[in-house]
Design a protein around this ligand. Structure first.
Ligand SMILES: CC(C)(COP(=O)(O)OP(=O)(O)OC[C@H]1O[C@@H](n2cnc3c(N)ncnc32)[C@H](O)[C@@H]1OP(=O)(O)O)[C@@H](O)C(=O)NCCC(=O)NCCSC(=O)C[C@H](O)C(=O)O
Ligand SMILES: [Mg+2]
Length: 270
């Protein structure tokens, strides 16, 4: 499913049980806000968080996209979450730990809104292309915390073990023209590490990054957006191109590079 809106460069998770974070999100420069009902919310706060998420969306997030992440299909909270999200005006629903295209399509149809699915289990990764092709799917989000745990990557070891899964998510999303959103970066005080992971994710082809803290927005927005230099080069390339293979700034360009330049400018209006 393709959506009319541009993919978010930044998708900020916040616990729907945290009223201060909800209020704060209304003034932050994230492209999308994801109100979490799943792992960020304690069991004894699930019901009130559900009500808070619906009320927060009704109050609005300005021009930011809004989404609610439900508890998983096999959770005791899922039926109540499903009813709440169906009546909410949120732009997207987010479903964690998706492993089945059929289950995802059936939820999207029941909710009547596009679904962003989290790919965060080995079975999910292996089924990612089928899931991305299912009706009602708006995009895939890498769930790197769960993936690390499920793959058995020990704490304190780097993230190389996640690369195949993240690239598979991009491949599946691109094959079926849905959004690809990279996973979160857990360190709250490491802007250089975050920047490196954003550069890597953009290099893999992700449209944007999921985030967990306001301090991460500026770094991810800059690195999933385009610099003035990139935009100037894109404009110059379009201006110079005459069709077919030709030399531009010491490299070969063809029609697909012109299309890429147009897409970059459209994605980053000034
Ligand atoms: C990680 C946190 C628990 C840290 O909280 P805290 O130490 O309280 O943060 P600060 O004191 O630094 O906060 C400063 C101000 O910013 C607001 N704030 C903090 N986080 C957010 C947020 N995410 N959105 C909006 N506003 C936020 C605070 O309220 C402070 O405001 P002020 O009072 O005005 O100073 C916390 O950041 C947090 O809860 N983050 C989100 C956690 C979450 O949603 N997790 C679920 C998704 S992550 C995931 O697991 C993805 C996937 O499933 C996977 O498997 O990987
Ligand atoms: Mg997860």
């Amino acid at each position: 499913m393709t959506t009319a809106r541009l993919a978010p460069r930044t998708a900020l998770f916040l616990p729907a049980s945290n009223p201060r974070a909800i209020e704060k999100a209304r003034g932050l420069a994230a492209d999308m806000v994801i109100l979490d009902l799943e792992d960020a919310v304690r069991d004894d706060a699930k019901a009130s968080a559900r009500d808070a998420a619906v009320a927060a969306v009704a109050e609005g997030f300005g021009d930011r996209l809004s989404a609610i992440r439900l508890n998983g299909l096999d959770s005791i909270e899922h039926a109540a979450d499903r009813a709440a999200v169906a009546r909410s005006g949120c732009d997207f629903a987010v479903l964690p730990k998706v492993e089945s295209a059929q289950a995802a399509a059936s939820l999207a149809a029941a909710l009547g809104k596009p679904l962003l699915v989290m790919i965060e289990t080995p079975r999910g990764v292996l089924a990612a292309a089928d899931i991305a092709a299912a009706p009602g799917i708006g995009g895939l989000i890498a769930g790197v915390n769960d993936l690390r745990a499920e793959l058995g990557i020990p704490a304190g070891v780097g993230d190389d073990g996640l690369i195949l899964a993240r690239q598979t998510i991009v491949l599946a999303a691109r094959a079926h023209r849905v959004w690809a959103i990279d996973g979160v970066f857990n360190a709250l005080d490491d802007p250089e590490g975050l920047a490196a992971e954003c550069r890597q994710g953009r290099g893999f082809g992700f449209d944007g990054k999921s985030l967990i803290h306001p301090s991460q927005i500026a770094v991810a927005s800059a690195l999933f957006g385009a610099s003035e230099a990139e935009l100037a080069e894109a404009r110059a390339l379009i201006e110079a191109a005459t069709g077919g293979a030709e030399r531009f700034g010491g490299r070969m360009i063809e029609a697909m590079h012109v299309a890429q330049a147009h897409a970059l400018i459209a994605r980053n209006p000034r």
